[in-house]
Design a protein around this ligand. Structure first.
Ligand code: NAD
Ligand code: ZN
Ligand code: ZN
Length: 341
């Protein structure tokens, strides 16, 4: 008889997740079974369950792409990891390895990719399947809960900061100081950037200051754009947009310095107005930024392992997932939540 495990299952868009007993998956060739110690709750999981994006996940599915734990079983042909190794199971479950993106370090753009917690079951469960070639290797005896957010929030913002092309000593504005933004502030500081932060909640602004932001501005208070331009002496060299808010995108672009780059990470459903005149005359670059490649993940983990980046994480039992989603939507989470199966 198939072994069973506890999992949080999405059975329809916009519906609460159901805690169910489901079969433990079996690792095929090149795969590993990971015993989940914790799984961070990314706002993308909420978008996935709500069906917010044009490309929908499979239904039913188990969300979660910040799973961390130890390798419990190896499928045939796995040499990269051994049983007992601590790993994280990121968004990029698999990519083809041979397309023009995969062969140039851009595997998050692979048209043949599959994604953990979206079209492949994810980490809101006692066990998760992963491709051995795509897991992130964690340091020995890690603090699993602290490491969980690095699997997505960490790699995404580390890459996003690099994508702004802001250089040491230059200004980076982090818009949205949630799960992504609060680690973004730390990656940017570790990369010797000067950091300002924007959010709509005063506690988040306080968190950003405590993590090294030189100033923090409430997006809704007064003229936030004017304040950023003044504090940065003419606008930010880089802006990292991480809020799940459409309105924050136009504001992010307005904060850029001439020749600046705005890297968009947030993925709220919708479109935002872009002022053509300003973008052209200020020669502003607006680019998307989607997670990071495997090397980015390994570097993002190294920053966390060395203590330069430490996620603020609160844990809750897997059974509380619907309550955690509600709090995330309401902007009430300080840092990141991790679910413990
Ligand atoms: P989160 O809910 O933890 O954080 C969002 C933060 O934005 C909150 O602190 C909230 O107060 C703040 N906010 C809300 N409205 C704002 C506004 N108008 N201006 C500034 N800040 C505002 O979410 P998260 O897990 O950090 O994810 C954020 C977004 O990033 C989501 O849309 C998610 O899907 C997306 N995401 C993208 C990638 C990628 O690779 N591009 C990876 C992970 C997550
Ligand atoms: Zn994510
Ligand atoms: Zn590919």
């Amino acid at each position: 008889m198939a072994r069973k495990m506890k999992a949080a299952v999405a059975r329809g868009f916009g519906r609460p997740l159901a805690i169910e007993d489901v079969p433990v998956p079996e690792p095929g060739p090149g795969q590993v079974l990971v015993k989940v110690a914790a799984c961070g709750v990314c706002h993308s999981d909420v978008h996935a369950v709500d069906g917010d994006w044009p490309l929908k996940p499979k239904i039913p599915f188990i969300p979660g792409h910040e799973g961390v734990g130890v390798v419990a079983e190896l499928g045939p042909g796995v040499g990269r990891v051994r049983e007992g190794d601590p790993v994280c199971v990121p968004w990029l479950h698999h990519a083809c390895g041979t397309c023009e993106y995969c062969t140039t370090g851009w595997e998050p753009l692979c048209p043949g990719q599959t994604n953990t917690g979206y079209n492949v079951d994810g980490g809101y469960a006692e066990y998760v399947l992963a491709e051995a070639a795509f897991v992130g290797l964690l340091p020995k005896d890690p603090d699993f809960v602290a490491m969980a957010p690095i699997a997505c929030a960490g790699v995404t913002t580390y890459k996003g900061v690099k994508e702004t092309e802001a250089r040491p000593g230059e200004w980076l504005i982090v818009s949205g100081v949630g799960g992504l933004g609060h680690v973004a502030v730390q990656y940017a500081r570790a990369m010797a950037l000067r950091v300002g932060a924007i959010d709509v909640a005063d506690e988040k602004l306080e968190l950003a200051r405590s993590l090294g932001a030189e100033f923090a501005v409430n997006a809704h208070a007064g003229d936030a754009v004017a304040e950023v331009i003044e504090r940065t002496g003419g606008g930010a060299h880089g802006v990292l947009a991480t809020a799940a808010s459409v309105a924050s995108f136009t504001q992010a672009v307005a904060m850029a310095r001439p020749r600046g780059t705005v890297a968009l990470c947030g993925l709220p459903a919708g479109d935002f107005p872009t002022p053509i005149f300003d973008v052209v005359l200020k020669r502003i670059t607006i680019r998307g930024s989607i997670v990071g490649n495997r090397q980015d993940l390994s570097e993002a983990v190294a920053f966390a392992a060395s203590g330069q980046v430490k996620a603020t994480v609160h844990s809750a039992p897997l059974e509380d997932v619907n309550d955690v989603f509600a709090r995330l939507k309401a902007g009430e989470i300080d840092g990141r939540m991790a679910l413990i199966p």
